[in-house]
Design a protein around this ligand. Structure first.
Ligand code: ATP
Ligand code: MG
Length: 363
């Protein structure tokens, strides 16, 4: 067993509700991988979220933010709770502050059919669904989060912001991701920008900047698709798509649609990546309707942890990290291929899912 000399620090933020449950479950599997691959990994658990706000009046302290910022990666459960709100009525969402303050512009949401998991579509080609939704995560319509404008009591306005700098970075991220996937999957990967360029100036601009960056990547096929047509096609022929970058709010909506195709929120991992930082978390929220019952599906969180190991591997942590990522994903697949069923489909709870996945990892 190779022992890496690199010692990395991961900030673990369980958050609220099922965020805590799936984080605990995932830590168990991560520890096994760390031992097996000799990864130099130190974890530090940091408290933040709605319940912390309720107890202390602060959702995430400055000290906690600084510790998370200083870590090599952040593994986050989920944050927020229906009954707990800021005085102005907005949701407690310190994970959004992380996104904005750390400049995590690329919201990476892989949508992949896991063999054995019930799919929404009966067409056999649905088993081939394997795409990545790239949700721009720092601007678009969410840019003005909490800063919408009221005009007396007659009118409310939110602002859509698309900048050249962020669009160029997102475009380069998209094309590089397509190149990497093409190499790994051994088939060409097309980048399809999803927009509404026929109506909005902001999106016509986004399309133009994307086209400029596309010229830097002549080897990667590139297309544009309107969001409304994409909603239709993601139900009609989702197996035809590879890398789908889009504006923030579109990404928010389409990610849930994508998750619905492959078994639901419990199967949708995500990574929010910037140039120097990254947060890995399931696409789902804190599941107030199922929290505390031990039934939350930890698969999205396990796959998010795999994304984290892979990202650390590509950032120079060493091959052992990439191997651990591959092994974790393979363990998830193997468990489902052998008949594992999660609670959403009448199967077993969090603990049993994690045991089934861990059992696929030798050692
Ligand atoms: P957010 O505002 O963070 O998007 P939300 O209110 O949209 O949160 P989610 O937590 O994303 O809600 O959940 C949507 C639905 O999916 C809920 O019915 C929830 O119980 C279910 N769900 C979410 N995560 C899981 C999971 N890991 N396992 C099983 N069911 C889940
Ligand atoms: Mg949601």
């Amino acid at each position: 067993m190779a022992v890496t000399t690199n010692s990395l620090r991961i900030a673990v933020m369980p958050g609220d509700g099922i965020g805590v449950e799936v984080t605990e479950a995932t830590s168990f599997v991560l520890e096994k991988l760390v031992r097996r691959h000799g990864l130099g990994l130190a974890t530090e658990t940091l408290q933040a979220g709605a319940f912390l706000y309720q107890e202390t009046g602060t959702a995430m302290t400055e000290e906690t933010f600084r510790r998370a910022e200083a870590a090599d990666a952040i593994l986050l459960g989920a944050m927020g709770w229906p009954g707990i709100r800021y005085p102005d009525g907005t949701e407690i969402a310190p994970q959004l502050d992380l996104r904005f303050r750390l400049g995590l512009y690329a919201g990476v949401r892989p949508i992949r059919a896991i063999p054995g998991v019930p799919l929404a579509l009966s067409d056999p080609r649905a088993a081939k669904i394997d795409m990545v939704i790239l949700r721009e995560s720092t601007e678009g319509l969410f840019w003005a989060r909490g800063r919408g404008e009221m005009i007396e009591d007659r009118e409310a306005r939110d602002t859509m912001v698309i900048t050249r700098a962020t669009t160029e970075r997102l475009a380069r991220f998209s094309f590089r991701l397509a190149e990497r996937r093409a190499e790994r999957l051994r088939r060409p990967q097309k980048v399809t920008l999803v927009d509404k360029a026929n109506v909005f100036l902001s999106m016509a601009f986004m399309r133009r900047v994307f086209a400029e960056v596309a010229a830097e990547f002549p080897g990667v096929p590139h297309a544009n698709h309107y969001i409304d047509a994409m909603a239709l096609d993601l139900v009609r022929r989702p197996w035809d798509f590879d890398v789908l970058p889009m504006e923030n709010m579109f990404g928010d909506i389409i990610s849930d649609l994508g998750a619905g195709l492959i078994g639901g929120m419990g199967y949708a991992p995500s990574a929010d990546i910037g140039d120097n930082h990254a947060v890995f978390q399931p696409s789902h929220g804190t599941g107030p309707d199922i929290a505390g019952k031990g039934v939350a599906n930890p698969t999205a969180m396990l796959l998010s942890a795999a994304l984290m190991l892979d990202w650390l591997g590509t950032r120079g942590a060493g091959q052992a990290w990439s191997d651990a990522a591959t092994e974790l994903e393979a363990a998830v697949d193997a468990a489902f291929a052998q008949g594992l069923r999660t609670a959403e489909f009448g199967g077993v709870g969090t603990r049993d899912v994690v045991q089934a996945v861990a059992a696929q990892i030798p050692g």
